[in-house]
Write a protein that binds this ligand. Structure first.
Ligand code: NAG
Ligand code: NAG
Ligand code: NAG
Ligand code: NAG
Ligand code: NAG
Ligand code: NAG
Ligand code: NAG
Ligand code: NAG
Ligand code: NAG
Ligand code: NAG
Ligand code: NAG
Ligand code: NAG
Length: 582
C-alpha cells in the first residue's frame, strides 16, 4: 500500500471532503490523528502500535447481507505511570458512509464486546478494548482473581466501567481527526443488552457527559443481588430437601401463562400484564394438573453470564420421561421463587422474576444411577459466590450444605459493599448525563427468566427519586421522560423473544435513539414486532413505564393505562440490608 503524506491529507480534508478510504487508511494518517500525549488526562497513545488496513466490500455481522468498506485500525495506549499496554481496535467507515457518529456495542456474560464493526450500519466509527486484562482473549471472570484471596481490582474497574469510558475518550477525538472534522460534533452512542445493558448503564452513570444516546436492555446491574439470585431457587429446594421434576415446573409455567394471558384483555398467548397475574392468580389452583415430558438427553444451558455454562461433571444431562401431576410441593417451590428472597426475619432482600417467567434456574439435575432428582446449582450464581464473595478460584459451589436464606442475604450484602463503586452499577445520580443532553432508552423483557424485569423498574424508580426529590409523581415522571424512558416488553425473555410467549420485541431501537438525539423526536411509545405465532408481523406500540397495556373491547391495539395497584406490585423495599439498594 502506498504511503500518504499526512500534511497532504490534512490539506485535502480541510479543503474538500474528497479524501478516499485509501487516502485516510494509512498508518501515518492514523498516527497523526491520535490524540497527543497530555490531551486526555492520564492516557497516552502509542504511535508505534498503530496498524491500518483498508477493507473493501466486506460482510460483517451474522445476519447482515450488506457489505461495507472501512479502515481497520489497531492502536494501543498506556495509563500514565503504569507500564501497561492496552490494545484497542477501531473501525472507520469509508468517508461517504460516515455520518459523524461514534458507536459502542455492549458485550454479554463476563465479556466486553471484542467486535468494532457494530457501528457500520449506522455510519459510525466504533471501537473495542482489551481493557488491560487481555479481554479479547479472556472473559473477566477468568481474570477477577490473581489467585485465591487476591482480587484483580484493575480488571474489576476496567470491566465495570473504566475501559469503555477510556475507549470513548480516545475514540471520539481520533474519529474527528481521522475524518478531518476536528470541530464537528460526533454523536456518541452505546447499545447493549444483558451485561451489555449494564455496560451501557455504567457509561451513563460514570461517563455521562461523553454520551448522547444509550440503549440499555435488561441490564445485569445490581450485580451482587442479581448474581446471588441465581442460587436462590436451588437454595429453596435444598432447604426443603425437595427437588421438583423440571416437567412439573415447566407445566406450572405453561399453565400460568394460559391462565393469565386473558387478564390483559386479549388472549394471544402472552401475559402482557404480569402484575395482574401476580395480583389475581393463585398458583395453588394448578395442584393436580397433569404433565408429561418425553425422555431427553441434552446440553444444559445457562443464561449467558459465564462462558462455562455446563454444571460440573459434564455437558450432557439426561432426563427420563416425566409423567405426573403437579403437587403442593412443586407449587411451593415455584411460589417461593416468584416471591423472592427474604431473610429469616421476613425482611425482603431482593425482588424476583415475574410470575409466568420460565423457572429454569430451579431445574434440578437427574441422577441417572439412582433415578432421583438432585441439587443443581446454576454456575451463573455459584461462580459469583466462589470467586467474588469467597475469593476462591473455583467455577461453582460444590454444594449448598448449611446454606440458608440468611446466607444468601449475607452474600448479597458482602458483594454489594465490596463492589459498590464498581460492579454494582446502580448509581442513581445521572446529573452529568442529563445536564449534557444525554438520552437513555431502557427496556426489559417482562418475562425475563435470568434478570428480573422488576430489577429495571427498581432502578428507574431510584433514578426518579434521586433526580427529582421535590416533584410530584406526575411532574417527576414527565421530567424524567424527557431524557430517560423505560419500556417493559410483554412476554419477552432475556434479551430476546420468548419461545413460551409469542409476544413483541423492539427491533428499531437505534433508529429511535438516533431520531431522538439528532432530530429531537422524543418517543412516547416504542415499536415492537411480534416474530412468531398467530400475530406474527404485528407491530405493537409498547407502553412507557409506568403506564401498562390493556386491550379493551375489540380494539386491535392496547391502550396504555394508569394502574396504581399494578405499579405498587412492582415496587419494593429491601429492608434486609442496612444500606439503601438503588
Ligand atoms: C506518549 O507517551 C508514551 C508513553 O507514556 C510514550 O511512549 C510516547 O513516546 C509519547 N509520545 C510522544 C509523541 O511523546
Ligand atoms: C466494491 O463494490 C463496489 C460496488 O459493487 C465496486 O464498484 C468496487 O469495485 C468493489 N471494490 C473492491 C475493492 O472490490
Ligand atoms: C482487522 O485486521 C485484523 C488484523 O489483520 C484482522 O484479524 C481482523 O479480522 C480485521 N477485522 C475486520 C473487521 O476486518
Ligand atoms: C490473545 O492472546 C494471544 C496469545 O494467547 C496473543 O498473542 C494476542 O496478542 C492476544 N490478543 C490480544 C488482542 O491481546
Ligand atoms: C484455591 O482454593 C480452592 C478451595 O479451597 C482449592 O481447591 C484450590 O486448590 C486453591 N488453589 C490454589 C492455587 O491454591
Ligand atoms: C485535526 O487534529 C489533528 C490532531 O490534533 C491534527 O493533526 C489535524 O491537522 C487536524 N485537522 C484539521 C483539519 O484541523
Ligand atoms: C410448555 O409449552 C411449550 C410450548 O409452548 C411446550 O413446548 C412444552 O412442551 C410445554 N411443557 C409442558 C410441560 O407442558
Ligand atoms: C391460594 O390458594 C391456597 C389454597 O386454596 C390458599 O391457601 C392461599 O391462601 C391462596 N393464596 C392467596 C395469596 O390467596
Ligand atoms: C401418564 O400416566 C397416566 C396415568 O398413569 C397414563 O394414563 C398416561 O397414558 C401416561 N401418559 C404418557 C404419555 O405416558
Ligand atoms: C441411564 O440409565 C439407564 C438405565 O440404568 C441406562 O440404560 C442408560 O444408558 C443411562 N444413560 C446414561 C446417559 O448414562
Ligand atoms: C453444617 O451444619 C452441621 C449441623 O448443623 C454441622 O455439624 C456442620 O459442621 C456444618 N458444616 C459446615 C461446613 O459448616
Ligand atoms: C411504528 O409502527 C407504526 C406501524 O407499523 C408505523 O406507522 C410508525 O411509523 C412506527 N413508528 C416509528 C417511530 O418507527
Amino acid at each position: 500500500m502506498r504511503r500518504s503524506n499526512p500534511i497532504t491529507i490534512a490539506a485535502l480534508l480541510a479543503t474538500t471532503n474528497a479524501a478516499s478510504l485509501d487516502d485516510l487508511c494509512t498508518v501515518s494518517h492514523v498516527q497523526a490523528a491520535l490524540p497527543a500525549n497530555g490531551t486526555i488526562l492520564g492516557l497516552n497513545l502509542l504511535a508505534d502500535s498503530v496498524t491500518a488496513a483498508a477493507v473493501y466490500n466486506a460482510t460483517v455481522g451474522r445476519e447482515s447481507t450488506a457489505t461495507y468498506s472501512y479502515c481497520n485500525v489497531t492502536a494501543s495506549y498506556t495509563q500514565v505511570g503504569k507500564d501497561n499496554v492496552i490494545p484497542l481496535k477501531f473501525i472507520f467507515p469509508q468517508p461517504p458512509d460516515f455520518q459523524n457518529r461514534w458507536y459502542l456495542a455492549g458485550g454479554g456474560g463476563f465479556s466486553l464486546s471484542s467486535d468494532a464493526t457494530g457501528g457500520l450500519p449506522y455510519g459510525a466509527a466504533s471501537g473495542a478494548t482489551s481493557a488491560g486484562y487481555d479481554a479479547f482473549n479472556f472473559s473477566y471472570d477468568e481474570k477477577v482473581l490473581y489467585g485465591n484471596g487476591s482480587i484483580n481490582w484493575d480488571a474489576t474497574y476496567a470491566f465495570s466501567y473504566t475501559a469503555l469510558g477510556e475507549l470513548t475518550k480516545i475514540g471520539k477525538p481520533l474519529t474527528q481527526a481521522f475524518y478531518g472534522l476536528n470541530d464537528t460534533k460526533i454523536y456518541t452512542y452505546f447499545e447493549g443488552c444483558s451485561d451489555g445493558g449494564r455496560e451501557g448503564m455504567s457509561q451513563v452513570q460514570r461517563w455521562g457527559e461523553e454520551y448522547d444516546g444509550v440503549v440499555a436492555g435488561a441490564p445485569a446491574f445490581r450485580f451482587a443481588q442479581q448474581q446471588v439470585l441465581h442460587v436462590y431457587p436451588a437454595t429453596i429446594e435444598a432447604v426443603n430437601d425437595y427437588y421438583p421434576p423440571p416437567c412439573a415446573l415447566a407445566k406450572i409455567v405453561n399453565a400460568t401463562i394460559a391462565a393469565c394471558d386473558p387478564l390483559d384483555g386479549r388472549t394471544d398467548g402472552v401475559i402482557s400484564r404480569t402484575d395482574l397475574c401476580k395480583l389475581n392468580f393463585n398458583l395453588s389452583s394448578l395442584i393436580g394438573e397433569s404433565y408429561y415430558c418425553a425422555a431427553q438427553t441434552g446440553t444444559s444451558l445457562g443464561f449467558g453470564f459465564s462462558k462455562r455454562q455446563a454444571p460440573p461433571g459434564g455437558q450432557t444431562s439426561v432426563q427420563p420421561a416425566q409423567n405426573g401431576t403437579i403437587t403442593a410441593q412443586d407449587v411451593a417451590v415455584a411460589q417461593g421463587v416468584y416471591d423472592g428472597l427474604h431473610d429469616s426475619n421476613g425482611k425482603r432482600a431482593y425482588l424476583s422474576w415475574q410470575i409466568g417467567s420460565d423457572l429454569s434456574d430451579a431445574d434440578p439435575t437427574y441422577n441417572n444411577a439412582t433415578s432421583v432428582w438432585e441439587l443443581n446449582i446454576p454456575s451463573t450464581g455459584g461462580e459469583y459466590v466462589t470467586k467474588f464473595i469467597q475469593l476462591l478460584d473455583l467455577d461453582n459451589l460444590s454444594d449448598l450444605n448449611n446454606v440458608t436464606y440468611d446466607t444468601l442475604v449475607e452474600w448479597m450484602n458482602i458483594g454489594m459493599i465490596r463492589y459498590l463503586d464498581s460492579l454494582q452499577t446502580t448509581l442513581p445520580d445521572l446529573t452529568p448525563f442529563q445536564s449534557s443532553g444525554g438520552k437513555l432508552l431502557h427496556y426489559h423483557g417482562e418475562s425475563d427468566p435470568s434478570i428480573p424485569a422488576a430489577s429495571s423498574v427498581h432502578y428507574w424508580q431510584s433514578v426518579r427519586d434521586i433526580m427529582y426529590p421535590g416533584l410530584s409523581d406526575a411532574e417527576s415522571r414527565d421530567a424524567l421522560s424527557d431524557w430517560y424512558q423505560f419500556y417493559l416488553v410483554p412476554g419477552a425473555a432475556h434479551c430476546g423473544s420468548n419461545s413460551l410467549q409469542p409476544g413483541p420485541y423492539p427491533v428499531d431501537n437505534m433508529a429511535t435513539i438516533i431520531d431522538w438525539v439528532e432530530s429531537g423526536v422524543k418517543p412516547s411509545r416504542l415499536n415492537a414486532t411480534v416474530s412468531s405465532g398467530v400475530n406474527k408481523g404485528e407491530v405493537q406500540a409498547l407502553c412507557q413505564w409506568p403506564t401498562r397495556p390493556l386491550w379493551s373491547g375489540n380494539s386491535s391495539e392496547f391502550e396504555c393505562v394508569e394502574d396504581l395497584a399494578s405499579v405498587e406490585s412492582w415496587t419494593y423495599t429491601f429492608d434486609a440490608f442496612k444500606l439503601p439498594v438503588y
